[in-house]
Design a protein around this ligand. Structure first.
Ligand SMILES: [Zn+2]
Length: 231
C-alpha cells in the first residue's frame, strides 16, 4: 500500500487497521526505518487498533510526511486521486470506488457521475441493463476513468449552472438544459414522471451521465470563455 493511497483512504474513513500495518511492513521492507515505524509494523490490528492512529502520526512526523494534507476539500481530494492513478498507484477500479466515496461524502456536483458508474458496475453480469452510465463506454474501465478525469479537469475551469448534472440533451433538437417533468398515468395506475425537452417537448433524451453530452455541453462554455479572453 502506497503512502498516498493510505492517506486518501484515511481521509475517506476507509482505512482499515490492517492497511496501516501493511503499509508499515512494506516501508520496512524497502529499507525505511524509524522507531515508531517498527512499533506500527508490529502492532496487532485486532488487539491494538486504538494505538494505530497515534503511532501512524508519530511515524509520519519521523518521516516528514504531512499526515493531515488538505483532504477535507472534495476537489482537492479528487485531484490527488487522479494523480495517484496517473502514477499507477491506484487501479481504475479503486479510483471509481474512491471517487464515489468522495462524492457521497460531500455531494460535490462535479463528481456526480462516479456514483452512477458504481451503480452501473454493480449491475454487471446480473442480466439487468443499467441506465446509469452508457454501457457502450464500458469496454475498459481505464478508458472510462481517463475520459471522466479529463471531463472533470475541464469542468473545474467552468462556471457551470446549478444542478447541471440533472440536465438532459434532447435527441431531436439537441437542446441541453433542464427538462420539463411531465406526469403521466401509467398503465398500472402508478404515477410516472417523464422528462420532456423544454424546447420541443420530445421525450427521448440523453442524460448528463453520458460523457458525450458533457463534452458537447462543456465545449459551449469553453467557447464563451475563449471569446471573452480574446476581447
Ligand atoms: Zn428538443
Amino acid at each position: 500500500m502506497m503512502t498516498e493511497t493510505l492517506l486518501l483512504n484515511r481521509a475517506l474513513n476507509c482505512a482499515m487497521a490492517e492497511d496501516y500495518i501493511e503499509w508499515a511492513v512494506e516501508r520496512l521492507c524497502e529499507g525505511v526505518d524509524t522507531p515508531n515505524l517498527r512499533i506500527l509494523a508490529g502492532l496487532n490490528p485486532k488487539l491494538e487498533k486504538d494505538e494505530i492512529e497515534s503511532y501512524f502520526r508519530y511515524t509520519c512526523k519521523e518521516l516528514n510526511i504531512d499526515s493531515f494534507p488538505r483532504l477535507d476539500e472534495p476537489l482537492t481530494m479528487a485531484g490527488r486521486i487522479k494523480r495517484a492513478y496517473e502514477l499507477d498507484e491506484l487501479s481504475a477500479e479503486t479510483v471509481v470506488y474512491m471517487m464515489d466515496q468522495v462524492y457521497t461524502k460531500y455531494y460535490e456536483p462535479l463528481l456526480f457521475v462516479w456514483s452512477l458508474i458504481v451503480e452501473e458496475l454493480s449491475l454487471k453480469g446480473t442480466g439487468h441493463e443499467g441506465c446509469f452510465y452508457p454501457l457502450e463506454e464500458f469496454d475498459s474501465l481505464d478508458a472510462v476513468v481517463q475520459t471522466e478525469f479529463s471531463l472533470f479537469m475541464r469542468a473545474c475551469f467552468l462556471d457551470l449552472p446549478k444542478e447541471f448534472e440533472q440536465f438532459i440533451q434532447c435527441d431531436r433538437c439537441g437542446y441541453i438544459g433542464q427538462s420539463i417533468l411531465s406526469k403521466k398515468d401509467h398503465v398500472s395506475s402508478q404515477k410516472m414522471y417523464w422528462h420532456l425537452c423544454r424546447q420541443c417537448s420530445y421525450h427521448k433524451y440523453h442524460s448528463m451521465s453520458d460523457p458525450k453530452v458533457r463534452d458537447i455541453y462543456f465545449k459551449r462554455f469553453e467557447a464563451v470563455s475563449r471569446s471573452n479572453n480574446s476581447m
